[in-house]
Design a protein around this ligand. Sequence first.
Ligand code: NAD
Length: 496
Amino acid sequence: MNLNDSFAIQVLQRAKDETHGWKMLIGGEWVESRSGNRMTSVNPAYDEAIAEVPAGNGEDIQLAVEAGKAAYPAWSKLHVDERAKRCRQFADALRGAAREFGMLDAIDSGNPFLSMVEDAKKGAALHDFFAGLGMEMKGQTIPTPGGGLDYTRPQPFGVVGRIIPFNHPISFAAGKIAPALIAGNSVILKPADQTPLSALWMGKLVKEHFPPGVVNIVTGEGPACGGALVAHKEVRRIAFTGSVETGRAITRAAGIKSLSLELGGKNPLIIYPDVDIEKAAAAAVAGMNFTRSQGQSCGSNSRVFVHSKIKDRFLEAVLARTGKIVIGLPELESTQMGPVVTRRHYERVMAYIQAGRDEGARLVCGGGHAPGGALQKGYFVDVTVFDQVRHGMKIEREEIFGPVMSIISWDDERAMLQEVNDSDYGLCANIWTNDISTGLRMADSVEAGYVWINGHGGKRFKGAPFGGVKDSGIGREHSIDELMSYTQMKNINIAY
Ligand code: NAD
């Protein structure tokens, strides 16, 4: 094995042992896939297989649904305080093992170790947050003619499906099951094909803190495993985070059930000429998430619309910062940016870079494999910035999901806003100005579900609803809206 960091090797071995050789968790038991088929997880920094995990399919989903159904009545009848207690204990255990989970994610996903330690803590924090909100799952009383009593009660769905993408494995595996559990549902978690290891290992903490069958973890390939979960008649609620393309497939396959879709983004950062250029450049680089996930974040500000008056100085300030980003092996604490997740994705990002060149954008930084002997085997894309990008170019239109930033200069606000909104996506937008009226006017006008004024994409706030408009999705997360989305309202009318 190329990996030679002793902590990383130790964590990998421990996780393998504690999952009984990378088994899935169904009904509180470690199980192999019914077919016996396995799929490979690769360390993207070395292009090397590190684990074989079960390739679950419809048969395994069926078992998980049965386990979820068996666990549901008792779990849903527990007082919410009791469910909250379990979630808090689970969160404490995850926080206590954050360095271990962070390391496992670093070697499975390629994201830098320290940022993955923070991700594990973020996953835990969402359990605390939703545990605190539990008592807010309230109904209403409704005045009805002729007296009597009419009231509503939010009730859970039963078994819900939670499908997650590759880019923040433990943060999503842990955090995104929290509201479903607090609301009283049992859950089937389907981790991403590329990064299943930390979710499987999380099974150990699940086993210790939740009754059997309340959380089931089934690994497998998208259509075969996730597809079976989506199509299952008795799973009445599916929450999906991933690409627009898969979101469309899920919408077609789901039939009549409650769906939430957190999808991609091609997020604009709009910069007015009155800003502090250094601060705006710092926000642009931070918000591109070069250093947290190689730009593989839905909220990355990959389209930077900067006023032509300050464009050259802004670009210089951006390049001064991107030039300092430390690209390295993800298991090292010194690393700020690692490889992208798979060879296929590396090639996809490189094809976008080529398209940028072919369409006449000016490459001002990166554009190839990251330099350095130790990085040659891995899928390391260099920090890449294109200047003179024009609206309509492929790199300006499509979500690259890699460390590639496009700079577009503007003079006329109306024309700029038209270009900003001329996108199928509508996840986030970020506006930099020192004029509060301009900021507020633009915040109203941009077509996005989450807007910062003088902020950046790395900053999300618990309680503030996160989600997109247009093709970026349906539903809101990290807020009371998300908790309530795991309930369905029942109306009860009593005649006196
Ligand atoms: P993806 O859509 O390829 O896969 C996501 C998950 O869906 C995986 O678990 C996969 O196995 C599963 N899947 C694939 N096909 C399926 C099918 N037919 N039925 C059911 N499940 C299926 O996405 P990805 O490449 O893992 O992640 C990147 C995408 O996720 C980007 O577009 C990114 O913007 C988006 N994303 C969005 C948010 C958000 O909050 N809006 C957060 C993170 C990532």
